[in-house]
Design a protein around this ligand. Structure first.
Ligand code: 5GP
Ligand code: MN
Ligand code: MN
Length: 320
């Protein structure tokens, strides 16, 4: 059966839904959560929006953002769950505790590493963002384009395409964005807030990371490290690390940029970005994480030295 039809049927019998996206949510995760809430409201369903992590303050302009509750502060469980922008169920983090034993999941996502963990899977690895799949849904259901939906869908498209620059910036994305702007989305203001504005802590973290910048002898890989001790005095807001890894990948001649960030529990969060050669989504998935061909991540247990060595050897093998 067509995935949209199947999702429709599922939604017809669902109510009192939980809508949740991945931990440390990005623009697409937050926007798709809010947009799905708007859509459910129009469909006459009751719902709860949640996330494991607090929403970064730069997204506070998004209509309805206060409705997203911290997963840990919700004291009930849900039978009907819509998971957004999650390649696998572990991406829900502590949000998974909100699923009842007989929970049924509608998995809406665009990661090519998606493992189809839902009972119904609306997964399109060719979609640039989860909100792009929601855009199609809004159109096919003839839902009303409220000013909230316009802002939310546009913001997800903007952030997941890196400001309409990455390889996922398809003609469909630009047509959709054009339609949204025509309908009144304040595009330059949104771009200024979500892409052009940084916090002082973000730049201080970048300053620390740049001191560690190293390149491989062939110049194809560049990486930076953040020691817990070096950065924990700075804000640990979940979006504070956004964009740092790009500085490594952006170096002329580099294909893979890596940020290794030591986190609590003797683990290292690895962020991977590639320009053209290495499918970092595959590398991350092989190591237990996931993502896209050009942007992916994984958290590995071990010291910085151990994790650096392991990941570099995987990347070098891909480049051979
Ligand atoms: P970032 O490096 O910005 O945290 O993540 C880049 C991309 O990889 C995002 O699309 C994100 O969804 C995915 N990603 C990051 N960390 C993980 C992880 O631990 N597991 C999975 N499955 N995907 C991840
Ligand atoms: Mn995401
Ligand atoms: Mn996404």
């Amino acid at each position: 059966m067509d995935a949209f039809l199947e999702a429709n049927k599922w939604l017809e019998r669902a109510d009192h839904l939980l809508v949740i996206a991945h931990v440390s949510p990005d623009g697409d995760a937050i926007s798709s959560t809010l947009a799905m809430g708007e859509m459910l409201k129009q469909l006459g369903k009751s719902y709860t929006l949640a996330n494991e992590s607090p929403i970064p303050s730069k997204f506070s302009f998004l209509p309805g953002v206060d409705q997203i509750q911290l997963a840990d502060e919700i004291e009930k469980t849900f039978q009907y769950v819509i998971a957004l922008d999650c390649g696998d169920q572990s991406r829900l983090g502590t949000g998974k505790d909100l699923l009842s034993d007989d929970a049924e999941i509608l998995n809406i996502d665009h990661h090519h590493t998606n493992d189809r963990f839902g009972d119904v899977n609306l997964v399109d690895p060719h979609a640039a963002a989860t909100v792009q799949i929601l855009y199609r849904w809004i159109v096919s259901h003839r839902l009303e384009w409220t000013s909230s939906l316009l802002m939310q869908i546009y913001t997800g498209l903007l952030t997941d395409t890196g400001g309409f620059r990455y390889a996922n910036t398809s003609a469909e994305v630009l047509r959709q964005a054009a339609d949204l702007i025509e309908a009144g989305v304040p595009a330059p203001q949104i771009a200024d807030v979500v892409l052009e504005t940084v916090s002082i802590e973000q730049l201080q973290l970048l300053q620390i990371a740049l001191r560690t910048l190293t390149t491989s002898t062939d110049g194809l890989v560049a990486w930076m490290t953040l020691n817990l001790a070096d950065y924990e005095h700075l804000s640990t807001k979940t979006d504070a690390y956004d964009g740092i890894v790009n500085y490594a990948r952006n170096i002329m001649g580099v294909d893979v940029g890596i940020l290794y960030r030591e986190v609590e529990g003797e683990s290292v969060k690895v962020s991977l970005r590639s320009r053209a050669i290495v499918d970092v989504g595959q590398v991350a998935q092989d190591l237990g994480g996931g993502g896209h061909a050009r942007a992916a991540g994984v958290t590995l247990s071990g010291s910085l030295a151990e994790v650096t060595k392991l990941v570099l050897s995987r990347i070098e093998a891909e480049l051979e």
